[in-house]
Design a protein around this ligand. Structure first.
Ligand code: NAD
Length: 252
């Protein structure tokens, strides 16, 4: 039980990596507020509770300040002050800067980056008052390496990497650690729209060893295990780190 006595918020917890993180956090003893814009998060919570874990679902669009404030208030009332904030929610709409509509650019920055500003803005002061905490931001291999026709998403993930480092400096003395995880290609539907621009998922998968040297997609639980480590006291000296979990993708 590596997260015993921790209270964790996980955003984007309705499916994919966020669902795996919420489940692993609960397995390690955390009380989890699983939040998502989609009500499918309630099913993830039902599964956690069915497995003997403690979790509740809260529906929120994390790009909206009022909904984020409600999320923090709900967490405090339900479990107490959050000790772990895992900022995982994101959208991924492919396209070059010429192809993308301005609205898509703005929405990507709001959901992927501004959401982390908002959750941190309202959560970190509570963590500081309670003696500390751990913020785990979901960045990407795209925080270091770009890809064609993925302009807004790549820019957003680059921003998350540097926001992580910046926040680490501001709150290190307050015992609030801020790290990010940089996954390679993880086996969710998240990349399908981008893959469609290059012949479809199956076609792109054929050449996976050319860009992801382990020669396979990464499983959500392989990211969730790292999210547990960054949330736990085991990583107590780590802040401002970008932990690359990319099957060798950015080593090339
Ligand atoms: N899948 C990959 O290959 C990969 C690679 C690198 C990084 N990542 C990152 O991992 C994270 C999770 O990705 P995934 O593959 O599990 O994607 P996913 O699409 O399966 O899950 C994303 C979740 O975020 C939620 N969400 C979207 N907008 C929201 C909003 N405004 N408010 C609240 N929730 C919202 C969605 O409803 C969904 O449940 C993202 O930050 C993504 O950038 C994924």
């Amino acid at each position: 039980m590596r997260l015993q006595n921790k209270i964790a918020i996980v955003t984007g917890a309705a499916k994919g990596i966020g669902a795996a993180i919420a489940m692993r956090y609960a397995e390690e003893g955390a009380r989890v507020v699983a939040t998502d814009i989609s009500t499918a998060g309630a099913e993830v919570v039902a599964q956690i509770v069915g497995n003997g874990g403690e979790a509740v679902f809260f529906q929120a669009d994390v790009s909206k300040a009022d909904q984020v404030q409600e999320l923090i208030r709900f967490t405090k009332e339900t479990y107490g002050v959050p000790s772990v904030l895992c900022n995982n929610a994101a959208i991924n709409v492919p396209g070059s800067v010429v192809e993308l509509d301005e609205e898509v650019w703005d929405r990507t920055m709001e959901v992927n980056v501004k959401s982390m500003f908002l959750t941190s803005k309202y959560c970190v002061p509570e963590m500081i008052e309670a003696g500390g905490g751990s913020v785990v931001n979901m960045a990407s291999a795209n925080s270091f390496a770009a890809e064609p026709r993925l302009s807004a998403y790549v820019a957003s993930k680059g921003a998350i990497h540097m926001l992580t480092k910046q926040m680490a400096l501001d709150f290190a003395a307050d015992n609030v650690r801020v790290n990010c995880i940089c996954p390679g290609w993880v086996d969710t539907a998240f990349n399908d729209a981008h893959a469609d621009l290059f012949g479809g998922r199956d076609e792109v998968l054929k050449s996976i060893s050319e860009f992801q040297p382990i020669g396979r997609t990464i499983q959500p639980i392989e990211i969730a295990n790292v999210a547990v480590f960054l949330a736990a006291d085991e990583s107590s000296a780590m802040t401002g780190s970008a932990v690359v979990v990319d099957g060798g993708l950015t080593s090339k």
